[in-house]
Each structure stands twice: as C-alpha cells, then as structure tokens.
Design a protein around this ligand. Structure first.
Ligand SMILES: *[C@@H]1O[C@H](CO)[C@@H](O)[C@H](O)[C@H]1NC(C)=O
Ligand SMILES: *[C@@H]1O[C@H](CO)[C@@H](O)[C@H](O)[C@H]1NC(C)=O
Ligand SMILES: *[C@@H]1O[C@H](CO)[C@@H](O)[C@H](O)[C@H]1NC(C)=O
Ligand SMILES: *[C@@H]1O[C@H](CO)[C@@H](O)[C@H](O)[C@H]1NC(C)=O
Ligand SMILES: *[C@@H]1O[C@H](CO)[C@@H](O)[C@H](O)[C@H]1NC(C)=O
Ligand SMILES: *[C@@H]1O[C@H](CO)[C@@H](O)[C@H](O)[C@H]1NC(C)=O
Ligand SMILES: *[C@@H]1O[C@H](CO)[C@@H](O)[C@H](O)[C@H]1NC(C)=O
Ligand SMILES: *[C@@H]1O[C@H](CO)[C@@H](O)[C@H](O)[C@H]1NC(C)=O
Length: 823
C-alpha cells in the first residue's frame, strides 16, 4: 500500500478533465463545453471552467498535465457565464473575431480586432499563448497581449509608450473570483526600471532598480532566466522569463491578497519566491514614510535617516510612521541661495549609509564615475542624495527619499546630503571610502564572499590576497602586471596573445577540447614543450577588464589537488584567455556517457572520483579563504588526470562574469539545466547549497551513467532524480547502478552514495547537507538522514487528502535500509 502511494504521489498523471479535445477553433468547429483546446505537445489546455465555490463559468487556460493546476489566463474575467449555461461556445464570428457566445447566442466576450482576412483560426501554443491567426498564420490577436494575473515564461509584462500599451498583471478579486481585483503588478518606464505592485493606485511593493542582471532591492537575487529589457528609443520596458526551449514549466502571478509568487514545476508545484516576503514588513512600500528607513531586525523597525527627525514625535512613538521625517538643519546650499552672494557659506556634506535598498524615484545621470556623481550632486542644490552602482551608474534623488530599507546582506551605498559637518565625514575621506567599497563589491559580491570577516582578516596576511585597485590604477595596465610580479604566492604567468596562438596552432579546431559555458577550450603546446589548456573567453565587450584582472588574481589563489590549476592568462584588447594545466584524460562525461569508455569506470574509480569532487567542493566552500560557489558544477566540468583523480574546472568563472558583466548580453543564465537547484534556477537565489544540489545530481549521474536530463527512463519518470526517488521508494535503488559497472562493489557504499545523492537534491536548501557533512557521510564517518520526497509543496498540498503520507514513506524507507544492509 505504501509503495503504491509513494509512486503515485510523485508520478500521478492528471485525470482527464474533459471528455474530448480539439486542436484548433474555426468557424466550422467551435469549442463547446465538454471540449478543451490543447496545445500541440499537450502542455497547455484551454476550456470552460467553474472556480470552486462559484456559480459562474469562465473560459481559461491551465497547464494540462501538471496538476493540481491553476488557471493562468481567463478570457471573460469580467463577463462570466451562468453556471448552468450548458450550450455556451467559443467560436469564430463572421467578422473573423473570436467570440464567446452564451446559450442564447449573445456575445459575452470577443477579441475585437479588425480582421484583415476572411478566414481565422484560433490555436493554443505550447507556451500557453492563445492565438488568433489568419490563413497565412499572421497573428491578429494573442492572449499574451492581454495578461490577466499570471506571467508565463516567454510572455512579457511592461510598457510600450509609443503604442500606449501597458501590460500589467491584475489580481483576481478573490480566490474563486477571476474578476479584476485591486492589486496590479507592472514595470515602470523610468531608467533603471523597477518592478512594482500597486494596491489600487498606491504602490504596495517595489523591487528596487534593475542593474541589467537583477533587482538591487532584492539582495539575494542574482541572474535568473528572468530578464528585463529596456529600450529608451522605442520607449519600451519589458520583463519576461526567457524560455524558448520550453524546458521550464512555471509562472509568476499576483494573488488576490497582493503577494507576488513565483512557482515552478519539479514533480509538483514549488513556490520559490514571494514578495512582499510575509516575514518582512519592511517590504511594504514606504512603510516608514519620507526620509524614514526600515530595518526589520530593529525595534521599532522605523527610524529617521541621519540628520532627520520625526515630523510628529507623538505619531511616530505610536508607531504611525506614515508622515515620515523632517530635516533637522537646513542645507548650506539652501542658505547660500538666500544669503547675499558675497557671504561665504560652508559646503554640504554626505553621509554614507551601507547595505541599503535605495529609495524610489531616482534620477539616472550619465556620469560614469563616483567622483563625478558626487560633485554633480554637491553642485545641484536640489540633489538630496546620490548613489553609484557599478552596473547602473550614477543615481541622484531630488524628491523625498521614500521606501528605503536597511539590509543585513547585499544592498548598496547611499550618500545623503547633510548640512552638519559633524554628521558627515569630510568629502575627501568619503571618496576613499566609496572607492574602496566599490572595489569591495568584487570581493563581497554574491559569488565569492569572504568567509567571516575575522577569519578573513586573520588569513589576509598569510595568504596575501592581492590588493584591489583604485580607479586610477585600473586605467593603467602596468600596475596590474607589476602586481603579478610582486605577488610571490601566485605564480601566475601573463602570456602574450601570440604565444597562445602559436601554441594552439591558431586556435585550430583540431585542438579544441570542448566548449564550456564561457568559451571554447583548446589544447596547446608552449615553446618549452609544456602542454596547456587555453580557455578563450567569449566576450564582445572590453568593459570591466580591471575587475576581471582582480578576479584572476583571486582565483589563482585557489589551489587544491581536486581543482584544475590556473597557470596564467592573457589579456590583450578583446582577447581574454585563461591558461590551465592540461589533463590528458579530458572530462568525466567523455567516459561516463560513452558506452565503450564507461567500462573504464569501475565502481572503485567512480567512488574515487566522487570523493575527489566532494573534497574539491569542500575546499571551495569552506576551506579556502574566499568562499567560492561554483554554480556550474556538472559532469563536463570534472576533469580527470592520468590517475583518474578528479579535478573541478571552471570554478570562479561565473563569479567573474557576474562581477564584470562581460557576458551579460550573451550568457544570461549561469549554470546548466538539469543541475540547477530549484531556488537558483527560478529565483536566482543561490548559496553553497545550490552547489550541493548540483553535486547530488552529479553523484546520481556517476552512479547511473545516465544524464539527469535525458528522458529514457523506464515508466513516466521525468528525469534521473525522479527515477532515483521512485527506485528508493520501491526499495530497488541498486537498479539505478550503471549496467556498465563490472567490478565488485560494496552494497552499503553504493547505497550510501545514492541516499546522499537524494539528500543533496532536496527541494529546500536547508534540508541539504553542507559539503563538510557530505564528505563525512561519503566516508561513512557520519550517519545519513532520510531524504524527504523531492516534491515538498506537492506532497503538502496533497496532505489534506492523504493524511500522514510522509510518515508512511519515512518508515518504509527505514525498512529499505535495514533490509539492504542486512543482505
Ligand atoms: C459532448 O460532446 C459530444 C461530441 O463530442 C456530443 O455528442 C455531446 O452531445 C456533448 N455533450 C454535451 C452535454 O454537450
Ligand atoms: C477568402 O479569400 C480568399 C483569397 O483571399 C478567396 O480565394 C476565397 O474565395 C475567400 N473565401 C470566401 C468564403 O470568401
Ligand atoms: C500599469 O503599469 C504602469 C507602469 O508600467 C503603471 O504606471 C500603471 O499605473 C499600471 N496600471 C494600472 C491600471 O495600475
Ligand atoms: C489595499 O487597499 C485597500 C483600500 O485602499 C485597503 O483596504 C487594503 O487594506 C489594502 N490592502 C493591503 C494588503 O494593504
Ligand atoms: C533571501 O532573502 C529573503 C528575505 O530578504 C529571505 O527570506 C530568504 O530566506 C533569503 N534566501 C536565501 C536563500 O538566503
Ligand atoms: C536551448 O536550445 C538550444 C538549441 O536547441 C541550445 O543551444 C540551448 O543551450 C538551450 N538552452 C537551454 C537553456 O537549455
Ligand atoms: C497616522 O497618521 C495619519 C496622519 O496624521 C492619519 O491620517 C492616520 O489615520 C494615522 N493612522 C493611524 C493608523 O493611526
Ligand atoms: C538640478 O537637479 C534637478 C533635479 O534633478 C534638475 O531638474 C535640474 O535641472 C538640475 N539643475 C542643474 C543646474 O543641473
């Protein structure tokens, strides 16, 4: 019974919702009530539906196979049909428009476009777009142009000023009522753009400014599949999830209570992001009023900015912060404007605040350095604050500073203009501070962060981490080369481009070892006979060279026997090449996924490889002074030396690209499908636990000799992980083992690895072990806990119907373990 239940939960296919399906609507074949229109690959379905507890009927779109499914689009949200209307139909009218007719043939809803042809046909695409097209497949109308409350992958929300088009999401009025609710989500046209939700006409939540890869007001967000494209010439700003491969099933929607949620499908619907976060009242727009700053960890959470005081102490102390704060002392520039020109007046100062969600309503200035940004602000008396964010540039504020938040991680520096010298630091000092924080971002940024400040300080001297450069130095190439020479711990060689070109025979295709995420890799032989692997980074931009150099110096410090050694680099004009040690046995995938080569991978070799990867990763995460998150761990990034020792390659690169934005345009997504943890793939929220997830997938791949993303698994299994879980439930995990493994193996060792693979790939990052625990478990020095079903949300939503199912799975798995170990 429990066995059956277990597999049923993970792989249950949806029950047929309607009796028959059609694949297009034409004048001669309308959609009637017991039919649905399905997309060609059966991903989406359109039909009549009645919300639970409602007496009204609507036409909507939902995911066909992924149940329980939510309606993602509604045609007639303001014009429902009666619940009892059995003869309504969706058809093509004489004017070529789609029409929803009620039982008495009245038009309830219509697409209302000028049809230019005498023939129309309506189809549902595999992206969930309901399209009305003419004979020549010209699109006359599409549902993606009329969003309801849900943003599907490949659909856009935003503005087009020229066409006067606003694509906003509008919430349902209630959970059972699709009519227009009061919450709206959209993109602003300002530069840089922001994502907003409004309650009626008042802002309710704000993402913060878009820095071309992420919103800076969401501190732990990084690159995702989501993109925001602004074109100031066309007057457009669009936010969308780029998913042309249709490999992601998910959506973002605004709930009837005003919260934005992003969900995606991994054997169940998983909510990976919510805004405003229910636990953080500071995310409610402007909660502390003008010139207030919100910190969820302080009590009271609202304070006035430095140099400001509550407009009304009495209101403020009651916790009514809406009217915010007032300036304590008039600005010097305001005084000087009123004073006689001859009197000398002191200059204003700037007060620096760190880790801030920058206020709303910034003006973007075309000034590309901090000093310029500061002096512009100082010269213009209406400038109240400024901030310089590398990926955005100079921003200045002339309106009330609203919706400012103090973060405990991430965030930006905000400089507030004040009159009082004692409140601020003199201008000169501050410039230095701001410069160092900008360089500091490279170090403290998301990919590489320093492992605890005190530890870092302690190791700083020993490790001689290269000093970071100031902006003047960045302009001079020699400074960097000198630093390389000076810096005795890094034996990094700076190659000239010609020697690399000769070594690789002018980047001959014959010498190509592979194509990595950041560019092709070539084998080469230097003049002295030394063999190298040269990674030629694909880049069209020369931006960020200096940061790039700093990153190379940092990465060259990472040395471990399970990491590929960086020997040197070459940077000349557009060319950026990293030179690595050459490993004759190439990468793990050339063995693992090749029916012949895989014979060389006996179980003991595989286990040795697994242990090596685990130790390399442990070093990156915990032991090296810099905490490095790999972010693209996969079989093809594991190289093997002649003794089949595994070495991780490409570490630090994703960080490098994020920091420098070199590849922003070409490589939006860092990471590889199939290895991305739920929270990273969809939310861009990553941590070392995202690497642990990739490691878990890798582990299962090494054991099974199959790719996670291939689809040839017995039964209905979507991927390797689902298949592994299925076998785990059925007490047949050893079936997962690659048939190519010929040698003897310890059952308990294989079992341990599979269990560990499942633990590492838990949906929730907190359920995954860290690499230290992983290494201990691999070596059998620590006990393994029981993995949970990798479909957390799904099992929870079913929990109402099937009480205590988690209990039964858990106990069943305990039995599994004991039986196998007893064999
Ligand atoms: C359902 O569709 C079939 C044709 O597929 C039709 O014969 C039948 O009358 C329909 N039933 C209702 C209740 O509309
Ligand atoms: C529709 O237009 C096509 C050419 O545009 C013509 O050949 C066809 O006869 C027209 N059909 C009707 C029913 O008017
Ligand atoms: C739609 O979004 C725009 C910004 O893109 C916003 O200005 C507008 O108020 C929104 N529409 C509604 C009805 O709230
Ligand atoms: C949205 O606005 C309405 C009316 O202005 C108000 O009653 C409601 O509490 C607001 N909702 C939230 C979640 O702030
Ligand atoms: C990201 O930040 C939000 C709140 O700011 C927090 O709730 C969430 O746990 C964080 N996620 C990660 C992975 O750190
Ligand atoms: C999408 O498909 C193309 C070719 O079909 C491939 O090159 C690309 O890597 C795929 N992207 C993702 C994210 O899978
Ligand atoms: C807060 O103060 C404002 C302005 O004085 C007032 O209009 C509002 O009703 C107050 N809100 C509460 C909850 O007391
Ligand atoms: C000062 O700043 C305001 C607001 O940004 C702007 O409108 C004005 O043109 C600026 N004045 C000068 C002299 O730059």
């Amino acid at each position: 019974m429990t066995l059956h239940l277990c597999s049923l939960l993970v792989f249950s296919l949806p029950q047929a919702l309607q009796s028959s399906t059609i694949d297009s609507i034409t004048a001669s074949s309308p959609l009637v009530q017991n039919q649905t229109l399905v997309s060609s690959s059966q991903i989406f379905e359109l039909g009549f539906f009645t919300p639970k507890g409602s007496a009204k009927q609507y036409v909507g779109i939902w995911y066909k196979k992924m149940t329980p499914s939510r309606v993602v689009w509604v045609a007639n949200r303001e014009k429902p049909l009666g619940h009892t209307d059995q003869s309504a139909s969706l058809t093509i009218g004489e004017d070529g428009n789609l029409k929803l007719l009620d039982g008495r043939q009245n038009t309830v809803w219509s697409t209302n476009v000028m049809a230019k042809s005498n023939y129309s046909e309506a189809l549902l695409s595999d992206f969930g777009n309901f399209v009305l097209q003419d004979r020549n497949e010209n699109i006359m109308w599409e549902s993606f142009d009329e969003p309801t409350d849900t943003l599907l992958p490949n659909m856009k929300i935003g503005v087009n000023v020229k066409k006067g088009k606003k694509l906003n999401l509008t919430s349902w009025k209630g959970e059972d009522d699709p009519s227009l609710g009061s919450f709206v989500m959209g993109v602003t046209l300002e530069t840089p753009p922001q994502l907003f939700t409004w309650n009626g006409s008042s802002p309710y939540w704000r993402s913060g400014q878009w820095d071309k890869t992420k919103f800076i007001g969401i501190p732990n967000m990084t690159n995702t599949y989501y993109d925001l494209q602004q074109d100031n010439v066309q007057g457009t700003s669009y936010y969308y999830l780029n998913n042309y491969n249709n490999s992601i099933f998910g959506y973002t929607f605004i709930s009837s209570k005003g919260s934005v949620k992003s969900v995606y499908w991994t054997n169940g619907w998983l909510t990976y992001w919510k805004a405003p976060a229910p636990t953080n009242p500071c995310e409610i727009y402007g909660i502390c009023g003008p010139f207030g700053v919100c910190n969820p960890f302080s009590s009271p959470m609202c304070r006035c900015l430095k140099g400001f005081k509550p407009r009304s102490d009495e209101e403020w102390n009651r916790g009514n912060w809406t009217r915010g704060c007032l300036r304590k002392m008039e600005l010097n520039c305001q005084k000087s404007a009123s004073a006689a020109a001859s009197t000398t007046v002191e200059k204003d100062m700037f007060w620096q605040m760190r880790q801030i969600k920058l206020p709303d309503s910034a003006d973007h200035l075309l000034i590309d350095n901090v000093e310029g940004c500061q002096s512009w602000c100082l010269e213009n008396c209406s400038c109240l604050a400024f901030s310089y964010v590398n990926a955005i540039g100079c921003m200045a504020w002339s309106k009330d500073l609203l919706d400012t938040q103090q973060f405990s991680m991430g965030g930006e520096d905000l400089f507030i203009r004040l009159a009082d010298a004692s409140a601020g630091v003199p201008t000169r000092t501050k410039l230095i501070i701001s410069l160092s924080t900008i360089s500091g971002i490279i170090l403290f940024g998301a990919g590489i962060s320093v492992c605890g400040l005190s530890k870092w300080r302690g190791k700083f001297r020993k490790m001689t981490i290269p000093r970071l450069f100031t902006s003047e130095e960045l302009l001079r190439d020699t400074a960097w080369k000198d630093q390389m020479k000076e810096d005795d711990t890094s034996n990094l060689v700076v190659y000239d481009f010609n020697s690399i070109r000769l070594a690789t025979d002018n980047f001959n295709v014959e010498n190509k070892l592979g194509q990595g995420g950041f560019g092709p890799v070539y084998k080469g032989k230097l003049n002295d006979g030394k063999e190298i692997a040269a990674k030629r980074l694909s880049s069209s931009s020369s931006q960020g060279i200096a940061e790039f150099k700093n990153e190379i110096l940092l990465i060259s410090k990472l040395q471990h026997r399970n990491l590929v050694r960086l020997l040197g680099c070459c940077i000349e004009e557009e060319e950026k090449i990293l030179v690595y040690e050459y490993l004759p046995n190439k990468s793990l995938d050339t063995f693992l996924f090749d029916s012949k080569e895989k014979e060389k991978l006996s179980w003991s070799v595989r286990f040795h490889i697994i242990q090596g990867v685990a130790r390399g990763l442990l070093y990156l995460h915990h032991d090296s002074c810099l905490r490095v998150i790999h972010r693209d761990l996969k079989v093809s990034n594991i190289l093997l030396d002649e003794k089949m020792n595994s070495k991780i390659s490409d570490f630090g690169l994703s960080r490098m690209f994020e920091g420098t934005q070199v590849l922003v345009n070409t490589h939006k997504v860092v990471g590889t499908l199939g290895y991305l943890s739920p929270e990273y793939a969809m939310g861009g929220i990553f941590s070392e636990k995202s690497d642990v997830y990739s490691f878990g997938i890798l582990l299962l791949e090494i054991i099974s000799g199959k790719k996670n993303t291939s689809s040839d698994y017995p039964g209905q299994h979507l991927n390797l992980l689902a298949y592994a879980w299925h076998l785990w439930c059925e007490d047949k995990v050893l079936d997962l083992m690659d048939e190519g493994i010929a040698d003897a193996f310890l059952v308990s060792e294989v079992m341990r690895c599979i269990q560990l693979g499942l633990l590492c790939t838990q949906d929730h990052a907190t359920d995954r072990p860290n690499m230290l625990a992983v290494v201990l478990m691999l070596n059998g020095e620590s006990n393994l806990s029981q993995p949970k079903q990798p479909t957390y949300t799904f099992s929870r939503s079913l929990a109402h119907e099937v009480p205590s199912q988690e209990e039964s799975i858990r106990s069943m798995n305990t039995i599994t373990i004991t039986t196998v170990e007893g064999r």
